[in-house]
Design a protein around this ligand. Structure first.
Ligand code: CS2
Ligand code: MG
Length: 401
């Protein structure tokens, strides 16, 4: 089998996506997600100018060799753009291999390890009351796990809270500037968890995303204060360049920690995992080098009681979601999968086999990862640059968004 053509498809059905298609001489093609929110065109160029020309003529069955060619061969290793491009190639090649074997992808990975993939949905609101209303709707839809975010009195915009519940942070041609105040947030957010526990009891899994905005001691303080609410996890408490910084959080609280959606390789999380400084690793198929590399991260994590908790926001396309669900169906140390529902437009452009039922997803039984792209329909939604916001403290200091 030979690769005879590739296509990089950029479209915007509700939001921007980049999709790689790899076509073989046997009529089988594979599809990979190459979306990097707010930096889409950087990955497009990386693929079109450097990666795709080297794919033509190669045997697509040699997934590992191709992965090594683009990882070791690029010289300037790692990084979000590079590893997202490699991930798209890897995902498309696994799709091809599974189609050629006439199997759903999870069978190639080792078969399913569970009956369904537990997912968590997002509940957000401008205040605690609004968020509670959304939690109630999601509980009625059958979700067992819900991430809760709400507005903070005195702050105009905070991470995770959108207009009317739908949240799409990349919403401006150039980065919008938001104002952040840690103290106002720290004084308010424990009230949100108390209200959710009070109304929905102890069995609902509650998650929360701090989105990199605290210092380790602030995260330690918050983790300790919210222990009575038994959260499933606190996510991204602090930026993770300094992996050692998580030790300070660990010393003060038993609230579980999740991190990793911005990681692009195993080296970004090696110390966190080996020192058991986290409980869930959030790395994804689309940003951490594809199925091939994510399996390595999961295997390392399994040695240290760390479970997977893959990122699954709307800026990860249904192609990533589909591949992730096959990975989740197989991976022995599975924790949970994020699922932020895509728009109807997006779902029409990306027909998929995965299905939701009572809080769990199954990836589907069609050969491959079960997600395709309708190129004709995609062409009706042209790309428009959209950037993620930046954050400033009230004194104007540039802070983590
Ligand atoms: C968030 C993401 O879902 C999450 O956990 O951290 O929505 C993140 O803000 C976006 O993926 C950024 O593009
Ligand atoms: Mg997050």
């Amino acid at each position: 089998m030979k690769i005879i053509d590739t296509k990089v498809i950029v479209c915007s059905p509700g939001r921007n996506f980049v999709t790689l298609k790899i076509i073989t001489d046997e009529g089988i093609y594979g599809v990979g997600d190459a979306t990097l929110n707010g930096r889409e065109k950087a990955v497009v160029s990386f693929l079109e100018d450097y990666v795709c020309p080297s794919l033509i003529g190669r045997d697509p069955q040699r997934i590992e060799d191709i992965w090594q060619f683009f990882y070791r061969g690029v010289y300037w290793r790692r990084g979000a753009v590079n590893m997202t491009a490699i991930a798209a190639v890897d995902t498309a090649l696994w799709d091809i291999k599974a189609k050629a074997a006439n199997m759903p992808l999870y069978q190639l990975l080792g078969g399913r390890s569970r009956d369904g993939v537990m997912v968590y949905a997002h509940a957000n609101g401008k205040d605690i009351g609004d968020t509670l209303e959304r939690v109630a709707e999601l509980v009625d839809e059958g979700y067992k796990a819900i991430r809760v975010q709400c507005g903070v009195p005195g702050l105009d915009k905070v991470y995770g809270v959108g207009k009317g519940g739908h949240y799409e942070p990349a919403d401006a041609d150039l980065p919008a500037e938001h104002v952040w105040a840690t103290e106002k947030y720290l004084n308010h957010v424990p009230k949100l968890f108390a209200a959710v526990r009070d109304q929905f009891g102890d069995d609902l899994h509650i998650l929360h995303d701090i989105h990199h905005r605290l210092t380790p001691i602030e995260a330690a303080r918050l983790g300790k204060e919210v222990e009575p609410f038994k959260l499933f996890w606190l996510e991204d408490p602090v930026p993770a360049e300094n992996q050692e910084g998580f030790r300070l959080i660990r010393q003060h609280t038993t609230t579980p920690i999740a991190v990793g959606e911005v990681f692009s390789s195993i080296h970004d999380c090696r110390e966190l995992i080996q020192n058991q400084l986290i409980d869930y690793i959030r790395s994804t198929v689309v940003h951490a080098g594809g199925i091939t590399h994510l399996r390595r991260i999961a295997d390392l994590a399994s040695l240290y009681h760390v479970r997977t908790g893959c990122h699954g926001a709307t800026d990860l396309s249904p192609v990533c979601m589909g591949a992730a669900l096959h990975f989740d169906y197989w991976v022995p140390n599975f924790g949970i999968q994020e699922h932020m529902a895509h728009s109807e437009q997006t779902d029409e452009v990306f027909p998929h086999a995965y299905r939701f039922e009572q809080g769990y997803f199954t990836p589907g039984e069609v050969p491959g990862h079960g997600v395709d792209i309708d190129e004709k329909l995609a062409a009706k939604f042209p790309y428009q640059r959209k950037c993620l916001p930046v954050n400033r403290l009230e004194d104007g200091t540039l802070w983590n968004w």
